[in-house]
Design a protein around this ligand. Sequence first.
Ligand SMILES: *[C@@H]1O[C@H](CO)[C@@H](O)[C@H](O)[C@H]1NC(C)=O
Ligand SMILES: *[C@@H]1O[C@H](CO)[C@@H](O)[C@H](O)[C@H]1NC(C)=O
Ligand SMILES: *[C@@H]1O[C@H](CO)[C@@H](O)[C@H](O)[C@H]1NC(C)=O
Ligand SMILES: *[C@@H]1O[C@H](CO)[C@@H](O)[C@H](O)[C@H]1NC(C)=O
Length: 171
Amino acid sequence: MLMLMVVVIVMLSLGLTIFKPKNPDISIHPTGLERFQVIGGSNANMTMGMMITITNRNYASFEYRNSTSNVKFRDTVIAQVPIVAGIAPARTTVTVKTSAEFMIGELLRDPNFWTGISNGTLNLQSSSVMPGIARMFNVFKLKATTYSDCHIAFDLLTKAANSTCVSRIKF
Ligand SMILES: *[C@@H]1O[C@H](CO)[C@@H](O)[C@H](O)[C@H]1NC(C)=O
Ligand SMILES: *[C@@H]1O[C@H](CO)[C@@H](O)[C@H](O)[C@H]1NC(C)=O
Ligand SMILES: *[C@@H]1O[C@H](CO)[C@@H](O)[C@H](O)[C@H]1NC(C)=O
Ligand SMILES: *[C@@H]1O[C@H](CO)[C@@H](O)[C@H](O)[C@H]1NC(C)=O
């Protein structure tokens, strides 16, 4: 009887700690910002490297499919960031390199752009939906989707960018 109780308690705490899904930490950093400039015609585009860091704190690996993340200035999509399918193994951090074409022309056309950068900071929002599969011990397999919303502050003078993201995983 006592043995059974111990087993039940161990199973319960395992269930609550190991199997409890933890939200991933995802951050997105533009690279090569030193080349950023807001010149060019109304169709000007600029390719910028992007680094996406995914920290999977779960005991399950997360296998994600191809997806696209949108970067917005207010309500205007100014870049689409392709994320090529990959795996974020259990309890590790992976870094994914990609690049995005920034539609500078769209930014320049936005009447809020000039007032928005008047204090030297360009504030952007990114949102990604990464559908995939969570896999544990090669036994359990579950459909999962990771959502991530980031706020990216880009200092136009120092060309440094900060991002703060909120991510969650849903099964
Ligand atoms: C910039 O990108 C947009 C969307 O991808 C495209 O429609 C447009 O033709 C591009 N402009 C140039 C100059 O490449
Ligand atoms: C995912 O994207 C890569 C690179 O663009 C492509 O080669 C591959 O075929 C895509 N896979 C699927 C399943 O669409
Ligand atoms: C610049 O203005 C924006 C919007 O008003 C604000 O969110 C941001 O914190 C400001 N940045 C600085 C460096 O003052
Ligand atoms: C980024 O964060 C650091 C420290 O939190 C701050 O000193 C810096 O001004 C921020 N830069 C931007 C562009 O918001």
